[in-house]
Design a protein around this ligand. Structure first.
Ligand code: ZN
Ligand code: FE
Length: 258
């Protein structure tokens, strides 16, 4: 099984997984880079997985369905180009002979789902759309901070070696914010240097790993004393044990961060 991040638009990735003959893609916002990869590698597209309804994740679905006949699977609670097989948290399916499970992760959008393959060539594989980014998380367009915190908690509980396939290359700007929140986090400083090098070489910083995200991503660390203290100081929050309030203030801080 081979995993490839196909760049699309400014900073999207369409994830392509293939076995040398057959392929699946996740969140094809644009059909062109997918069609190019399929013909370049001589692959037949069997499945299209969609995490949420935004156009930069669905714009190429109809064209790819038409040109390849691939089946489309997507979030039951959102409107994406029909027809498709609607999925919600707990639903299981097979694609490319791999077992997948849908996970409900509301927050960025109301019906956002993530897809987990427990054992795709060694390590678990997570396609999390715009819910979790390396060093960050998605903006709350339709959901509440409480919902997003539960969604991120669910993803953070996955095994350390889970490969985290995010839909955007936002890592460096996320890490700049993360360093402001946690200036003393040495793992974070080292990871930032590593990612700067990758970007200078034109490489994606993704996939990330869940164990790493738990050590560097402030949105998975909002209950640590370091992040709580930093958020409380920045937002002039009273000292509180309300984890949703701290998470909400952290997300707000990031929204305003320049
Ligand atoms: Zn989105
Ligand atoms: Fe997006």
């Amino acid at each position: 099984m081979k995993l490839i991040a196909l760049p699309a638009f400014e900073d999207n990735y369409v994830w392509l997984l293939h076995n040398g003959q057959q392929a699946l893609v996740v969140d094809p916002g644009d059909a062109a880079p997918v069609e190019q990869a399929l013909s370049g590698l001589g692959l037949k597209l069997l499945s299209i997985l969609v995490t949420h309804h935004h156009a930069d994740h669905t714009g190429g679905v109809a064209a790819l369905r038409q040109s390849t006949g691939a089946q489309v699977l997507g979030p039951a609670r959102e409107r994406i180009p029909a027809p498709y097989q609607p999925l919600q948290g707990g639903d299981q399916f097979q694609a490319l002979g791999i077992g997948f499970r849908a996970i409900d992760v509301p927050g960025h959008t109301a019906g956002h789902v993530a897809y987990l393959a427990d054992n795709a060539a060694g390590a678990p594989l997570l396609f999390c759309g715009d819910t979790l980014f390396s060093g960050g998380c998605g903006r709350l367009f339709e959901g509440t901070p409480a919902q997003m915190l539960v969604s991120l908690d669910t993803l953070a509980a996955l095994p350390d070696d889970t490969r985290v396939c995010c839909a955007h290359e936002y890592t460096l700007s996320n890490l700049r914010f993360a360093r402001t929140v946690e200036p003393d986090n040495t793992a974070l400083a080292a990871y930032e240097q590593h990612c700067q090098l990758l970007r200078r070489q034109g490489q994606p910083t993704l996939p990330s790993r869940m164990g790493l995200e738990r050590t560097i991503n402030p949105f998975l660390r909002s209950r640590t004393p370091e992040v709580m203290r930093s958020v409380q100081t920045h937002a002039a929050l009273p000292s509180t044990n309300d984890d949703v309030a701290v998470f909400a203030a952290l997300r707000q801080w990031k929204n305003e961060f320049k």
